[in-house]
Design a protein around this ligand. Structure first.
Ligand SMILES: [Zn+2]
Length: 430
């Protein structure tokens, strides 16, 4: 894979620091995949893009007319989106605002904000686009790079004033990345934004305090920074996992009495990135990956997973980072599987030693996963972290000894935790 860094004028990124990040990511991927995932990479830093990030930011703020523009294969966005009219109108409104702010507040507006296009009377047919997507149109890949030798191209855009979110995609004929006079297409790529801050800031527990996950690491874990976490997320998309590791929505009422149909309703918005233990989820408690996502990527194989389709007592799984034996169980249910795992605070699970999270070490985690058909579920959620105690406001997602959990006619109970492994029973009601 090829990692290229583009910097605006103040970008302080250099080849050494991005190479270091990729070396960390390589080890992290090796750890999570038990050395099944190996990504070789070349890092090239090619300086600034051919348009100022200031303009790109201003354009993205117009928020209503650029996305269609950049989706047009011929880039005749001026016509499609009435660019001339809309920008002129936004500029005029902005100029009025400058006067208004100066005379009423004594404040100088300095950065052009074309977001005022939304106040314009000019009707425009185009929709929002992220700055990162616009940036793609101004990336010039140096001639010396032989793109045929790379499966994935990563673009890192450095700007300390603006943090573009990451995204992954497939370069198509209409996209604007070029090499010489040629467009670059038929390439998997991803973009992640970077600032001096997120490049050095280690991954924190954003839900409840400013501590970092690595505060609890005593082993050989990679201490991911926020930039590296975002890059890992996009990289895993580029490896072929198009979905996210989701959960039950923390912020809205989930009807637990109706959970089965809620899950099958497949409402992406309800579940968002809600797996707190996964780098493809919120990454808030640890930077693991959901069991079914690892299985999908080939990072665990079938002889490391108990497959259960009828009543079974004393099912034993080793802790989630164990290198031997079976460490996950998957239980067949309607239209999918329940995946069971157990953290004992080993490896990247050490971050669960945080006093507010240690309850997660006292039981087993359960996730519902639809049958993974990449054609059918391409854009939908698959793994959903469940909550045995049905309290989404606490930080506890473990089914503990003495409790039982039932879903789709399957009951899991008689949980016993030994420290190295977890044991439980599975019963089908019909
Ligand atoms: Zn994503």
């Amino acid at each position: 894979m090829l990692a290229t860094a583009y910097a605006d004028t103040q970008g302080s990124i250099d080849k050494e620091s991005i190479t270091k990040s990729y070396q960390k990511l390589n080890k992290y991927g090796g750890d999570l995949s038990r050395n099944r995932q190996d990504a070789n990479f070349d890092v090239v830093v090619v300086g600034s893009i051919s348009e100022s990030l200031k303009n790109i930011k201003a354009w993205s703020q117009t928020s209503t007319f650029l996305s269609m523009a950049f989706n047009q294969t011929d880039h005749e966005y001026g016509q499609v989106c009435k660019l001339e009219e809309v920008v002129a109108s936004a500029q005029a409104i902005f100029n009025e605002k400058i006067e208004f702010y100066r005379s009423y507040y004594g404040y100088e507006l300095t950065e052009l904000n074309l977001g005022y296009a939304s106040d314009s009377d000019v009707e425009n047919p185009c929709k929002e686009v992220a700055a990162g997507e616009i940036v793609l149109n101004y990336i010039r890949v140096p001639q010396k790079i032989n793109l045929d030798s790379y499966d994935v191209i990563a673009f890192h855009i450095y700007d300390n004033d603006y943090h573009s979110g990451g995204f992954q995609g497939y370069l198509q004929a209409g996209d604007g990345v070029t090499q010489g006079d040629e467009k670059v297409f038929d390439k998997t790529f991803f973009v992640s934004g970077a600032t001096d801050f997120n490049q050095s800031q280690k991954v924190r527990y954003p839900d409840f305090d400013e501590k970092v996950l690595a505060d609890y690491y005593t082993q050989q874990q990679v201490e991911l920074t926020e930039f590296e976490q975002q890059t890992a997320h996009e990289l895993i998309h580029a490896f072929g996992l198009s979905t996210h590791d989701c959960g039950l929505d923390h912020y809205s009422d989930v009807d637990f009495s109706n959970l089965e149909s809620v899950l099958l309703g497949n409402n992406y918005a309800n579940f968002s990135y809600g797996d707190w233990f996964s780098v493809m989820g919120a990454s808030s408690y640890s930077v693991d990956l959901a069991p079914s996502s690892k299985e999908y990527l080939g990072w665990v194989n079938s002889n490391q997973i108990h497959t259960i389709e009828s009543d079974q007592t004393s099912v034993e799984i080793n802790e989630a980072y164990s290198n031997d034996g079976l460490f996950y169980a998957k239980i067949k249910v309607e239209q999918g599987w329940l995946y069971v795992s157990y953290y004992n605070g080993n490896s990247y699970g050490e971050s669960l030693m945080h006093p507010k999270l240690s309850g997660n070490l006292e039981g087993i985690q359960i996730r519902y996963t639809e049958s993974r058909d990449p054609e059918v579920f391409k854009t939908l959620t698959t793994s959903v972290l469940l909550d045995p105690n049905a309290d989404l406001t606490d930080h506890d997602y473990a089914l503990k000894p003495g409790y039982s959990f039932s879903l789709y006619g399957v009951t899991i109970d008689n949980v016993v935790i030994t420290g190295e492994s977890a044991v439980f029973d599975v019963r089908y009601s019909n």
